[in-house]
Write a protein that binds this ligand. Sequence first.
Ligand SMILES: Nc1nc2c(c(=O)[nH]1)N[C@H]1C(S)=C(S)[C@@H](COP(=O)(O)O)O[C@H]1N2
Ligand SMILES: [Mo]
Length: 602
Amino acid sequence: MTQGREGRGNSAGGGAPGGGKDSAELEDEFHNVALLREEGVHPRMSLTRIHVRIGRRFVSVWWALPAVLIGGIAVVIVAKVLMGIGAVGGAGGFTSAHPCEPSMAELQSEGRRFGIPAWSIATHALNFFIMVMVVRAGWQILADHPRLYLKIHCTPDKEWLRFRGAMPKNRVWTAKDDAITLSPMVGMPGGRHTIGVARHWHFLFDILFVLNGIVFIILTFASGHWRKLVPTEWSIFPNAVSCLVQYSSLSLPHELGGYYTYDALQQLSYFAIVFIVAPLAILTGIAMSPAMDNHFTWYQKIFGNRQIARSLHFLVMVVFVVFYGVHMLMVAATGFAENLNAITLDVAPADGFNLNGIALWGLAILFVILFNVWAVRFSWTHTRVLQRISNATVGKVMDLLFDKYAPKAEYTEEDISPFFWPNGLVPVSEEWHDLHGGGFEDYRLTVTGLVDNPVELSLDDIKALAHRDQITMHNCIQGWSAIGKWSGLPFSALIDLVRPTSEARWAIFRSFGEGGEGGQYYDSHSMVDLKHPQSLLAYEMNNEPLPVVHGAPLRLRVENQLGFKQVKWIKEIEFVHDFRQYGAGLGGYNEDHEFYGYRDEI
Ligand SMILES: Nc1nc2c(c(=O)[nH]1)N[C@H]1C(S)=C(S)[C@@H](COP(=O)(O)O)O[C@H]1N2
Ligand SMILES: [Mo]
C-alpha cells in the first residue's frame, strides 16, 4: 500500500516550489473522488433513508405522510363545520367580527399607496434566485455529515435525524466515510465530498442574501411600505385565526392578492419570514463558527448549543421550502394570472386579465434553472476558479468579521464528549510505524524555515518546554463538534524558542499521514492565530497519550479554526513568508485537493 501510494507524488512538495501535482491534476483527482460511489458503503442520498429518532428507534419520516394527509382532511372538515355554525361563519359571527382582509374603503380613506414598487419586484425575484442556490448548496453541505444532533456531542445513534443508516461499528469509521452522495439535480454541485465547493456557493449567495435583504428592509421602511408588512394592531391575531378557518374551509379570497394589501394571515407569515425566519437563518449559521463560539462563549448558548443551532439552521431551511410551496399554491389558487401580473409588473388585478405576468414569471424560473445547470457545470469544470473567486470575496469577509477574536472558551471535565468522530487516514509510512512501534522514543519534531534557531525536539524536550491543559470544542467543517481535553505545548513557547524572523508570516505543518487522495497532508496557520494562548501542540487527549486515530504522537489545536486545520501526526513545522509556493499553493491539503476556502472561520 505504501509502495502504491509513493508513486503519486507528494502534494506538500517537501518545500520544492510548485512540487507535486499541478492544479489541473488535483482538479481531475477531486472529480474522480467526488464522483466515487460504492453503493451500500457510500450510499447516494435516498428519500427512503431519512429517519427520525423516537426514543431509541429510528423511524422513517414517511410515516408522517398519512398523518399529515389525515390531519389535513380533518382540518378541512372541522373548518367547514365551524363555518356552518352561526357564531363562527354567520353574519354576526367570529369571521365577520374579525375580518381576514381589511376593507378597501378603509384603506383608501387612510390614503394608503397601493401597488408593488419596482424595488420590491426586484428584491422579491432576486431573493428566490438566491435562496435556490443557498438551499441546494446547504443540502450538499449537510450530505457531508448527514446527521443532526441536539447535544454538542455528536454521538452516533443519538442523532435526532439522519439521512443514512447507523454508523458501521465493525471498523474505524471516520466522519469522511459517513458522507453521502447527492445528485447534481439536488445538491449544488452534487457528488460526494464536495463540501468545499458547496460552501463557496453557499457563502457567496449568503452574502447576496444579506445584501438583498438589507436593500429590501431599508426601502420597505423608507417608502412607508412597512405598513403593509408589519402588523401594528393586536387584532392581527384573531383576524389571522379568522383567515385560517376560512382558508381551511377552502373558501379562498380572490384577486385581492398582495397588490393592495395583505390579509391578516399573509401579513403575519410574510412578517415572520422577513423578520424572524431570515434573521434566524443568518444567526444560526454564524453559530457554527468556531471563531465565534470559541470567543463569544455566550453566543451559541442563545440557541442552547452549536448542534441545536445547526439543527435550527436545517429547520429554518424546511420552513423556507414549505413556505415557498404554500406561497406558490396560494398564488395559484387565488388568481394565478392576476397575482403574477401584480408581482412581476405592478399591474392591478382590476386592470383586466392577461398572461404577461405568467410569461415573465416563466422566464424568471427558466433563468434560475439555466443558472443552476451552468453553476453545476462551472463547479466541475472551473473548480479552482470558483475557489479563487470565493477566497477573494468570502474569505475577506470572514477575515473581517472573525479574524481578530482570540479563542477563549473552555469547558469542564464533565463536558468532555463520550465520542469524538475521527477523520483522516492513519499514516501508512514505515517511518511512522517504526516510531509508533518504539513508543515514539525516536520521534523528533523538526522546526525549520524562517527562524533564528531551528530545532529538532523529542517528545520529552517538548514536554519539558512548557505545558498547558485545555478543554475545548472542536468544529469540523462537516458540521459535527466534540469537546475534548488537550494537553501539550503552548505554541507561543515554541515561537519563543525558535525565534521566527520578521519575514515569517505562516507556519506550515506537515503530517506523517496522507490525505484522502494520496500525498502528504499539511496545512498552514498565520502567526497571529498561532500566538493565541489556546494554540497548542497536543500530545495528550482526555488525560491519555494521544490515541493513534487522533494524531499520535503530536497534533495541532488552533481553536478559532475548523477541524481540517488541526493537523494530526505532525512530522515537521516550517515557518514561511508565503504558502503559495507549497503544494498546489492554496495553503493546505484540503484547500489544494478539496477546494476548501481560505482559512474558513465558519
Ligand atoms: N494528518 C491529518 N490531519 C488531519 C486530518 C487528516 O485527514 N490528516 N483531518 C482533519 C480533519 S478534517 C478533522 S475534523 C480533524 C479530526 O480530528 P480527530 O480525528 O481527532 O477528530 O483532524 C484534522 N487533521
Ligand atoms: Mo474535518
